[in-house]
Design a protein around this ligand. Structure first.
Ligand SMILES: [Zn+2]
Length: 102
């Protein structure tokens, strides 16, 4: 799981990748360069005129997808009360276990 934060504001995107993080970040960059709308991060950079920052931070390295989904929900939850989160709609009720923790 990785986190991408805009270089010009605190907007942050949290994502998962089963492949290499740098490849995934390059895909966000390609979406930005090619004007595609499949990346929330690229959309923000384009709409705001901010600069693309490809320095990602690894939040968790975990191979089990159930655990990753749970960790992702927790990371998203940390930011969901700020206006910094770039992720799309997040369903925090999808995990009964998460509801127990929160
Ligand atoms: Zn920004």
């Amino acid at each position: 799981m990785y986190q991408l934060t805009c270089s010009d504001c605190p907007k942050t995107y949290i994502g998962q990748s089963g492949r290499s993080y740098s490849k995934r970040v390059k895909e966000h960059q390609a979406s930005f360069v090619n004007g595609k709308t499949d990346s929330h991060y690229a959309n923000h950079i384009r709409e705001s005129g901010h600069n693309f920052n490809n320095n990602y931070k690894i939040l968790h390295s975990e191979n089990k997808s159930n655990k990753l989904n749970l960790l992702e929900s927790l990371e998203v939850n940390k930011l969901k009360n700020t206006d910094h989160l770039l992720n799309g709609q997040v369903d925090l009720n999808k995990s009964p276990l998460l509801n127990l923790i929160l």
